[in-house]
Design a protein around this ligand. Structure first.
Ligand code: UDP
Length: 165
């Protein structure tokens, strides 16, 4: 891979967004999609998925020892989710800012226009997910989209094969 492909700026340019079952059920997918596009991010891949319990456990495995894990897994497998691969400058940071803090109550105080402030209910039913690092993006993207298309690849991705663990 050429040197420039490892430029840190590239690593911030894609992220994974999930509209969780609460926001999906409340029909917020279209609103959230529009907000993403208005913010100048592109949607490179998208689709509706239903996670079974085992898939939800796998997706959130880093939290498996937390007391909220069973509740989280049961919520995430309770209905369809809408998953989008976003691209654009500083996509990880930009999307995290748009979604707001994990806890919607805190979001309503600190970031009232954020998606979680508007559509979230509590720490678990918080409407949306956003990857927290480039490593998470690669793992989560592989989880949902497998080998995504050549068209959606950036040079940086071509140097880092997507693996699902
Ligand atoms: N979560 C939960 N209860 C908690 C804290 C977190 O159910 O007390 C869930 C929630 O859905 C959150 C996810 O675990 O979105 C991942 O937690 P993290 O701290 O990584 O928050 P995020 O990055 O989603 O803001």
């Amino acid at each position: 891979c050429p040197e420039a492909d490892h430029d840190e700026s590239y690593q911030k340019d894609i992220t994974l967004a999930i509209v969780k079952p609460d926001a999906f059920l409340a029909a917020h997918v279209d609103d959230i999609r529009q907000e993403i596009l208005h913010a100048g991010l592109q949607i490179k891949a998208e689709g509706e998925f239903v996670l079974d319990k085992a898939s939800a456990e796998l997706f959130y495995r880093e939290h498996k020892n937390r007391n909220f894990f069973p509740h989280l897994v049961s919520f995430m497998s309770s209905g369809p989710v809408y998953v989008m691969l976003l691209s654009g400058r500083d996509a990880i940071k930009k999307w995290r800012l748009m979604i707001g803090p994990t806890d919607p109550e805190k979001a309503r105080k600190d970031s009232p226009l954020s998606i979680r402030a508007r559509f979230g209910t509590d720490n678990t039913r918080n409407a949306v997910h956003g990857s927290d690092s480039h490593e998470s993006v690669l793992r989560e993207m592989g989880f949902f989209f497998g080998n995504y298309t050549e068209e959606s690849r950036t040079p940086a991705d071509a140097c880092q094969p997507v693996t699902v663990q």
